[in-house]
Each structure stands twice: as structure tokens, then as C-alpha cells.
Design a protein around this ligand. Structure first.
Ligand code: ATP
Ligand code: MG
Ligand code: MG
Length: 357
């Protein structure tokens, strides 16, 4: 059989691996981390550094196609691998998504509307940026941020020093604070032949910068903005000649959809598709990168609610297992830490806590 290589060892890799296995593929994980919950479900695991060229070359030789589940894989690693094996999506998407400034500029160039923003390479630039963007605002590191890490909020310009220290004085971007009714995502899969399919857009609720839940159907305010958001994501995917699942996070506002950020990979707000759509984001990502026909993205039943199990919430798994309607996912991570995504639970066709009749 064929082997799919996955860069990164987290829960997204684990769920991609499970989908790949369903389609008859072997999975080879490449991740430097000691703990890899993706390697737990894979046939092979190379645990080596991102710049270990001999090990990367051996990994490439063992795989028919390589993809990634982690957007901070160094671009040089993907470029190196691309000389040996097909990597989908490619380095271009990764490079843009790793840099918040490059990403916003790229999206503006395609007609997208992010929040007002200004580059903050150093402390003096923050004052200039505050003059342009105003307050309240959010200061975000250009690189490596996730789950709200590397961000500081400024209520007024007087918070500039504290915010700059809070992000450890890394190069950043200042964003105007967006007044939104909802947050939602537009999740697409693009096949090797350029065919694009979208799943229905979930509404996403964040707590402390971390996704808490995603649910469907979206309210009317979001439905009215879904088409514009989808159009932008389709243009982004076409421009990058993207293959696989691509996610855009948006704010629904009185002036239409405001682009927040994109992820060149399967996304937490798409976990509901495992039980709530004909074909999950994980299966369609595998289909796309393997060059297979895409599966239907139709929602199978409403309502849908996906709730993350973060930190100590993983202790509720026994109670959730007693709920006849709950689809429980435990990622098998050894260490329970505050703010760490350890599992999720999905209800499809039943309200949360309502067991089937
Ligand atoms: P992810 O884990 O999704 O990659 P991240 O660390 O990249 O997260 P963002 O998506 O930039 O973080 O921000 C996290 C959350 O903070 C957003 O989903 C939203 O709730 C809030 N937020 C971010 N930027 C803004 C903004 N400009 N205006 C209002 N709220 C914002
Ligand atoms: Mg992000
Ligand atoms: Mg985000």
C-alpha cells in the first residue's frame, strides 16, 4: 500500500492518521517531540529535528506523499522535502501563514478585509501604529502565535509598554479591536484538479484566546456573510495552487466578514465534520493530498455542537461517555496542563446533553 507522511505529531496528525488508515494508507509521522499522539496511531515514527537532512531524506524516500498538521514546520524543511517527494499543500501556503503580516498583505491583495493593522518591528513603531490603528487594539507576534499565545490587548495607548513587554518584545502586528456579532470559519478542501468544496460554516466561541466550541447551524448574520468569506478563501486557495484543507477564521460584523487569520491545514473548528458531515475534514484532506476524488462535505444532521476538552476538563470524559449522544475524542496526551487541548466531544442531531429518544 501507499504511505502518507505527516509532519507534526499532535492531535491533528492523529486524526489525519486515523482517516488515512480508513482509506488503506500507512502513516509515517515525522516530529521532533518526545510525545507524539499522532505517532501512537501510525506505522512509523521518525523522531528527529526539522533540520536533520539525512533523516528527512530517508522519510521522504519512505513516503508517497507528505503533508503537515502543524503550521510552524520550518519552510526550509518543506522546501528540502519537496526536492524528494510531493508535499501538499506546498511551501508557499506555509510561508504566508507563518507570518501574520505577510498573510494580511496577501489577503488584502486578493480583496479580503482584515482588521486595520500596522507593522510593529520595534517599540517606537508601536506608538506610530497606535496612531494609525487607534485603541482598543491587539498586539500579536508576527510569528509562532497560537491559542491566543503571543498576544496582548491594549485598552488605551497607555498600555503600550505593558503590551510590548507581554509579547517579549518580538516583532509584531497591531490590529484594531473588531466589534463582532459572531466568529465563524470557512473551511474548504481543494483537490489536485482544483475542485473546491466547502463545509457549512460553524460559529466559533473562544475563551481566553482558545477555541471553546463550534456549532451549527450558524445564525442569519453569519449565513449572510458566508458567501463573501468563501469567495475569498477560494481565491486564496487558487492563488496558492493549494491542495488539501484550508481554513479561514472570520469575524461577522455589521460591515460584513472581517478576515482574522488562516490555517493551511485541518482546523479545530472542523472537528465536528467527523460525525456531522458525510466526509470529515481529515478524510477529505487525505483524499486531496493523495489525489483521490473528494467526498461530499454535506452536513448530515443539525444541530451540531463540538466542545473542546481543555486542561482539567478532560476529567469529564467518564460523565460524557454516559451521554448516549456524545461522540467523545480523547487525544491520549500524557500531560494535563492548563490551556492544553486534550480532547473534544461532538453532538450531532441532538442538543447538548439531550440523549436520543
Ligand atoms: P489560533 O489558535 O486560532 O491560531 P491565534 O493565537 O492565532 O489562535 P487569533 O486567532 O489571532 O489567535 O486570536 C484568538 C482570538 O482572539 C480570536 O479568535 C478572537 O476571539 C480574539 N481576537 C483576535 N484578534 C481580534 C481582533 N482584532 N478583534 C477582536 N477580537 C480578536
Ligand atoms: Mg492562529
Ligand atoms: Mg485563530
Amino acid at each position: 500500500g501507499s504511505t502518507i507522511g505527516i509532519l507534526g505529531g499532535g492531535q491533528l496528525g492523529r486524526m489525519l492518521g486515523q482517516a488515512a488508515a480508513q482509506l488503506g494508507y500507512r502513516v509515517h509521522i515525522y516530529a521532533p517531540d518526545r510525545e507524539s499522539v499522532a505517532a501512537d496511531v501510525a506505522a512509523h515514527h521518525t523522531r528527529a529535528a526539522w533540520d536533520d537532512d539525512p533523516r528527512l531524506a530517508a522519510f521522504a524516500a519512505a513516503c508517497d506523499v507528505v503533508t503537515f498538521e502543524f503550521e510552524n514546520v520550518p519552510v526550509d524543511t518543506v522546501r528540502f522535502l519537496s526536492g524528494h517527494v510531493a508535499v501538499r499543500p506546498g511551501a508557499a501556503a506555509l510561508e504566508i501563514a507563518q507570518d501574520r503580516l505577510a498573510e494580511k498583505r496577501f489577503v488584502v491583495g486578493l480583496g479580503g478585509r482584515p482588521a486595520p493593522f500596522a507593522a510593529v518591528p520595534d517599540r517606537p513603531a508601536l506608538d506610530t501604529a497606535l496612531g494609525e490603528v487607534g485603541a482598543p487594539a491587539i498586539l500579536k507576534t508576527v510569528r509562532m502565535g497560537y491559542d491566543g499565545k503571543g498576544q496582548a490587548r491594549l485598552a488605551t495607548a497607555a498600555d503600550a509598554d505593558a503590551a510590548w513587554d507581554a509579547i517579549d518584545r518580538h516583532a509584531a502586528v497591531l490590529e484594531g479591536f473588531v466589534t463582532f456579532t459572531h466568529e465563524f470559519s470557512a473551511i474548504l478542501v481543494r483537490g489536485i484538479d482544483g475542485e473546491v468544496r466547502f463545509w457549512d460554516s460553524p460559529v466559533n466561541v473562544h475563551a481566553n484566546g482558545i477555541l471553546a466550541s463550534s456549532s451549527l447551524p450558524p445564525p442569519r448574520e453569519v449565513l449572510g456573510q458566508q458567501e463573501e468569506a468563501r469567495g475569498l478563501m477560494a481565491r486564496i486557495a487558487a492563488e496558492l495552487d493549494y491542495v488539501g484543507v484550508l481554513t479561514g477564521e472570520f469575524f461577522a460584523t455589521a460591515d460584513g466578514p472581517v478576515f482574522n487569520e488562516m490555517a493551511p491545514r485541518v482546523h479545530n473548528s472542523g472537528h465536528w465534520t467527523i460525525e456531522g458531515a458525510v466526509t470529515s475534514q481529515f478524510e477529505n484532506h487525505i483524499r486531496a493530498v493523495a489525489g483521490l476524488p473528494l467526498g461530499s462535505t454535506a452536513t448530515t444532521a443539525l444541530p451540531v455542537t463540538m466542545r473542546n476538552l481543555i486542561g482539567a476538563e478532560i476529567a469529564t470524559v467518564p460523565a460524557l461517555l454516559a451521554d448516549d449522544a456524545a461522540h467523545v475524542h480523547h487525544y491520549g496526551k500524557a500531560a494535563v496542563r492548563d490551556g492544553r487541548k486534550l480532547g473534544h466531544v461532538t453532538w450531532v442531531g441532538f442538543g447538548v446533553g439531550n440523549t436520543p429518544a
